[in-house]
Design a protein around this ligand. Sequence first.
Ligand code: MG
Ligand code: MG
Length: 619
Amino acid sequence: MRTSIATVSMGGLLRAKFEAIAAAGFEGVEIFETDVLAHDGTPEEVATMACDLGLEIVALQPLRDFEGMPEPQRTRTFERAKRKFELANRLGTTRLLICSNVSPLALGGLERLADDLWELGDLAASAGIDVGYEALAWGRHVWDYRDSWEIVRRADHPRIGLILDSFHILARRLPVDPIRMIPRERITFVQVSDAPLMDMNILQLSRHYRCFPGQGEMDLPGFMEALTDTGYDGWLSEEVFSDRFRMGSPKQIAFDGYRSLVHLTGRTKTAALPSVPSPEAVTFVEFSVNDADAGTLGALFTAIGFAHRGRHRSKSVEWYVQGDINLVINSEKTGFAHSHQITHGPSVAAIGLWVADASRQMDRAEALRATSFRQPVGAGELKIPAIRGVGGSLIYFLDHATELGRVWEVEFEPLVGPAILPTGLTRIDHIAQTIPFEELQSWRLFYAAILGLERTPQVDVADPAGLVESQVLYSPDRSVQIVLNSSQARQSQSSQFLNAYFGAGVQHIAFATDDILATVSAMRDAGVALLDIPDNYHDDLEARFDLDPDLAARMRVLGILYDEDKNGRYFQVYTQVIADRFFFEIVQRDGYTGFGAPNAPIRLAAQTQLSPPPGMPKI
Ligand code: MG
Ligand code: MG
């Protein structure tokens, strides 16, 4: 199938849309008539502009409220159709897309609708145009593709075919199986989009929440399987008419759209998308800091129980270890980490991931249009493949099958420092990133497509200054878990983080322990500043859960938060916020699979009390 996108999916002027669509890698574009009407140039010039960018104009849309009209509207409707055929001709496209009638005047009746389409077919034939007919989920009489197919079948005109649009089918929760019975030559055009599965008016869902395949929750793979079974091999076009999309940058929207189609079809223009297993674990987290912050952060790592295990052979880079957790502090004066530090202040500049095959993982990322990153490496250093992630930070890929598996020995001089008493931290449980609200869908798709991460439904968390949307992405065995947080509220902690940080980035890292009581006691003894939790919280906790009284008392003293689900118990504690931007979390999960969402408002309030946003009094 060939890839296309509708101009209605993005905001901006037509030229900017075309350029973004071509740059992203699409072969075709579906033109929304309003874009031509608003364009300062003739339809012929629009056609030339597309052609110069290597884009085929694959369809003109839409002809609305056509079929089933009473007179005198019916005559006018046919006049409108003739003008659309002329416009299609001038644009050099051979397809016109009609959507089912939503007018209150529209009349029903299978034969009437089929007759109207048959008559239109003759006009279409004289203009050399193929017409596709689409059932809108909110059509007045026709809102089910099985009905639009029956109308097309009865119209029985070679110029009249069917449009399948995944959104209208899946939003109505219609079965996709009957698609398999539609002859492929009768399918004129196929459109795809996705949406979260929310219980709301379908038109509102479409206008505000429609998104690219893979960004929502609909069964697009099921739709594609049924479509593929028909043998259809024509255009696959993304059509997302949503206010969120039209507010975004055309370039970002087009890139996301292309990534989504490659992920959905498992193919680029020229090759199959390399398949890879999900990442196996987090190899390291790298902080970029200046010299002063390097000392402070190193002291904090030591207090948390990390051993200072090594020093880079040629750079100002220090390596700290506890359990399977590797933390790196980079205070170089040149290179990527340095420029990241200049832009963002002390921050997480990179995350390393263990993958099965770093070079194949890189091929997949590049096929999905990730931005690869290379910088000169010194003698004896490894070339670790990397791509750009959230906020311009890096994701490095390492595997055990090549030299990359020996990264610590190769790049670091071992250090034997003073003995550190470990505090029982075993591994990285999750990494939380804060991103701008309008980028949430982009990053969700990025992680799903490139790393094969799955996701939980989105949850809303109350912040003292607004709502935070939180989305968890995880590898199937949960060895890599990323939490994405974003907020539209300007005073929320997420939004303040973005301001303080000059962009998106890692906001907190959660370390796992098997014995949180021992871990937290040791940290408190070492003077680690942990977040104090109000007594009210623990009073409520004891009322809500059947907790052992001794355990409850110790949790109260140590400031440990608690939650449970059907799988088990969850304990968590937070450090105070460091350098106004990030903090660490310690968790113990006894089978529990969530992330303590019910406790997030408590944590946010406690953090807000320590450092309130401007204008909010410190109590
Ligand atoms: Mg459509
Ligand atoms: Mg967390």
